[in-house]
Design a protein around this ligand. Structure first.
Ligand code: PA5
Length: 356
């Protein structure tokens, strides 16, 4: 099917191209956040938070990003590190004083199961999060505390609200993060209000996500965030562009990108790309100057950019609003390209091949 931005204004075309209901799923982020937080807080017999010296979050792709979100939200405010491990092994320092959160929506991801076994073997304070699968079974048989998230979501990345908020709830009851209930409630309400303005029935001239998707048609998305709160959203935008819109996409972070990327934007290299810059009220005061200066010094590259800004001063609100905007934008980009955003046949085919 050919790309056609007009498709975004045709409710029947959108519904028939989105049988998995991705538009509705991304709109439900606020409600998932609320439920996920409560699920995390209700885990039976969580490990003690006494003497914890580090937190490691293990998981891949749409599940592993829960770790990036925790880092973006809390790492600047905690007296110990949060590390995110996306692979088979745990860092050497992980031991009895490490909380290891193992996250896999399917529960069957081989790298994540390997990290789970490693955490149990080393006596780490392991807690798992899944919608069943092997991780659910192994947690039950090895008496590892487990958060069971709903099984009825068609793909892991559409369960982000559960996967991200369950660890926040868990760390909240363990006393390892500042009390988060009010922040979660406020962020969820704010997402509930944001979602209708980005909905399928709102035309592109009033809908930031549709307008961005139309602009990105035919360009390769580059997502620029800034250190801290916009880090995880920048990664999420990139991965959602890959999986929902089925396009290559890349992300980079300020201020770091001013120390390498800028040199690569030599004259005329920018035209096939479109930069989306994720901005927010809590970013470091030097970021505004850097965004302007960066575009100035690479002007001859012909790289075009658009900015999106998260409402509100609350960190959780900012982070999840940026994520919701990217989730909608990537979904509309897929639909404008004539692609069903939900299935990921290449990724699933690769898993199947490696299983044989
Ligand atoms: O978005 C996806 O489908 C993937 O990135 C998966 O999340 C990833 O392959 C890991 O699978 P799971 O989330 O089931 O552990």
């Amino acid at each position: 099917m050919t790309a056609d931005p007009k498709r975004l204004e045709d409710a029947t075309a959108l519904a028939s191209l989105d049988p998995g209901g991705m538009i509705g799923l991304v709109a439900g982020l606020g409600s998932q956040l609320r439920s996920g937080f409560e699920l995390g807080r209700s885990v039976e017999e969580p490990p003690s938070g006494e003497g914890v010296r580090s937190i490691a979050v293990c998981g891949m792709g749409g599940s592993g990003i829960a770790g990036d979100i925790l880092r973006s939200l809390f790492s600047a405010r905690l007296p110990f590190p949060i590390v995110v491990t996306k692979g088979y092994e745990l860092p050497e320092f992980c031991g009895r004083d490490t909380v290891v959160i193992v996250s896999s929506y399917s529960g069957d991801t081989e790298e994540t199961l390997s990290a789970f076994e490693e955490g149990v073997r080393r006596g780490c304070r392991v807690v798992s999060v899944s919608a069943g699968g092997e991780l659910g079974s192994r947690s039950a048989s090895q008496a590892v505390p487990h958060v069971a998230v709903p099984k009825d979501i068609p793909v892991p990345r559409a369960a982000l609200g559960y996967l991200a908020a369950a660890p926040i709830g868990l760390l909240d009851i363990m006393g390892l993060v500042p009390p988060a209930a009010d922040d979660v409630a406020r962020a969820s309400e704010s997402l509930d209000s944001l979602a209708p303005s980005l909905g399928a029935d709102v035309p592109a001239e009033e809908n930031v996500a549709k307008a961005l998707a139309v602009w990105l048609l035919g360009r390769t998305p580059l997502i620029w965030g800034s250190e801290g709160l916009a880090e995880a959203p920048a990664l999420r935008w990139k991965t959602q562009m890959n999986e929902n819109a089925k396009v290559p996409a890349f992300h980079a972070l300020l201020p770091e990108l001013d120390h390498n990327d800028v040199e690569g934007w030599s004259p005329s290299t920018g035209t096939p790309y479109g930069v989306v810059v994720l901005r927010h009220a809590a970013e470091h005061p030097r970021i505004a100057a850097r965004v302007d200066a960066t575009f100035d010094v690479i002007a001859e590259a012909g790289l075009e950019g658009r900015e999106v800004s998260a409402p509100g001063p609350d960190p959780m609100d900012i982070l999840f609003s940026l994520i919701m905007l990217g989730d909608f934008t990537s979904t509309y980009l897929g639909l404008a390209r004539g692609i069903d955003p939900t299935p990921v046949p290449v990724l699933m085919g690769l898993k199947e091949r490696l299983r044989r």
